[in-house]
Design a protein around this ligand. Structure first.
Ligand code: PBG
Length: 327
C-alpha cells in the first residue's frame, strides 16, 4: 500500500498541520436580544444560556464579549404587544428601544459593529415580516415601511443592515434610499436565501413574534429549492448587496457552497435558534457532547463556504478559544 491516508492523521500536531478549514472569532456575529427596562435579564426558555437584556445590562454583555474578541453583534428588540401594530410604526420611531440601543452601543463601543435586522415582525401585530391585507403579504407597500426602518437604523449608527423580510426588490430599494440620504457607507447583508424553516421556533419565542395567522411560505423559500437561491442571490447582487446570507445553516450547507462558488462577495450563514436549541437540548439530556457538537457544526458551516457565521454559540466559542491548552 503506497498511499496510506492515515499517515496524515497520526498525531494531533500532524492533524493540525493538514487541517483545511479554520474558524476564528473574527468571523462570528453574535445575535443578542434586547428588552425594555432597567437591570432586566431574562433567559429565553428554549435557548438555554441566551438572554434578553435591558440596555444597561446589554452594554455590560457587549463589553464582556468584546473582551473575548467578538466585534460584530446582531441585536433584535423584543417588544411588548402594546408596541406592535399592523404597520410596524415602532420600527421607525427614532426614540424606540431599538434605535436607542444601537446609539448607546455605538457611543460606548465605537469599534464594535452592528448588523441590524430589517423586517416588520418584531413590531407587527400580525407577526409577519410584511404588511398584511386580507390575508395577503403586500410586497411594494412593505418596501416603504422597510425603507423608513432602514433610515432610522442607519441614523442611529447601524453599520450593516440585514433585510430579513424576503420581499422582492428590497435590496435595490434600500440601497437607493440609503444613498439618497447620504448613507453610502452603510452596508447591506441580505438574508438572500432565507428558507421557510421550522428551525426559527425558539427565536419566535424570544421575540414573541410568531405569525398570528398563516405561515411565511409566500415570501420565505421552499426548503426543496436550490436553483431559486441562485436567482435570489443574482438579484441581490445586481441590486448592490455587499454580503449574502443563507439561513438556516446546517440543513442548507449545499446552498452555502453554491453561493460561495458563484458570487465574488462574502457569504454568511445564520446558525439559527433551532439549531442552537437542538444541540443544547441533546447535551442537557446527556445524549451528546454539546461542546464537540458546537465545534463540529461551526467548522462544517465554514467548510461549506461560509466566510461569516451568525451564531448563538459565539460567546461560548470565544470563551473556549481563550482556554485552549498552551502547547
Ligand atoms: C425575522 C427574523 C427571524 C429570524 C431572524 N430574523 C424569524 C423569522 O423569519 O420568522 C430567525 C433567527 C433565528 O431563528 O435564530 N424576520
Amino acid at each position: 500500500m503506497l498511499r496510506r491516508p492515515r499517515r496524515n492523521r497520526k498525531s494531533s500536531a500532524i492533524r493540525d498541520l493538514v487541517e483545511e478549514t479554520q474558524l476564528s472569532v473574527k468571523q462570528l456575529i453574535f445575535p443578542i436580544f434586547i428588552i425594555d427596562g432597567d437591570s432586566q435579564r431574562e433567559e429565553v426558555k428554549s435557548m438555554p444560556g441566551i438572554y434578553r437584556y435591558s440596555i444597561d445590562l446589554l452594554l455590560e454583555e457587549v463589553a464582556a464579549c468584546r473582551d473575548l474578541g467578538i466585534r460584530t453583534f446582531a441585536p433584535f428588540p423584543a417588544l411588548t404587544d402594546d408596541k406592535k401594530d399592523p404597520f410596524a410604526e415602532e420600527g421607525h420611531n427614532p426614540e424606540g428601544l431599538f434605535p436607542t440601543a444601537i446609539r448607546q452601543i455605538k457611543e460606548n463601543f465605537p469599534d464594535v459593529s452592528l448588523m441590524t435586522d430589517i423586517a416588520m415582525d418584531p413590531y407587527s401585530s400580525d407577526g409577519h415580516d410584511g404588511l398584511v391585507r386580507d390575508g395577503e403579504i403586500l410586497n411594494d407597500e412593505t418596501l416603504e415601511i422597510l425603507g423608513k426602518m432602514a433610515l432610522t437604523q442607519a441614523e442611529a449608527g447601524a453599520d450593516i443592515l440585514g433585510p430579513s423580510d424576503m420581499m422582492d426588490g428590497r435590496v435595490g430599494y434600500l440601497r437607493n434610499l440609503l444613498d439618497e440620504h447620504g448613507y453610502q457607507q452603510v452596508s447591506i447583508m441580505s438574508y438572500t436565501a432565507k428558507y421557510a424553516s421550522a428551525f426559527y421556533g425558539p427565536f419566535r419565542d424570544a421575540l414573541d413574534s410568531a405569525p398570528k395567522s398563516g405561515d411565511k411560505k409566500t415570501y420565505q423559500m421552499n426548503p426543496a429549492n436550490r436553483v431559486e437561491a441562485l436567482m435570489e442571490a443574482e438579484l441581490d447582487y445586481e441590486e448592490g448587496v455587499d454580503m449574502l446570507m443563507v439561513k438556516p445553516a446546517l440543513a442548507y450547507l449545499d446552498i452555502i457552497r453554491s453561493l460561495k462558488d458563484n458570487f465574488p462577495i462574502p457569504i454568511a450563514a445564520y446558525q439559527v435558534s433551532g439549531e442552537y436549541a437542538m444541540i443544547k437540548a441533546a447535551a442537557a439530556n446527556g445524549w451528546l457532547d454539546g461542546e464537540k457538537a458546537m465545534l463540529e457544526s461551526l467548522i462544517s458551516i465554514r467548510r461549506a463556504g461560509a466566510d461569516i457565521i451568525l451564531t448563538y454559540f459565539a460567546k461560548e466559542y470565544a470563551i473556549l478559544q481563550t482556554h485552549l491548552p498552551d502547547l
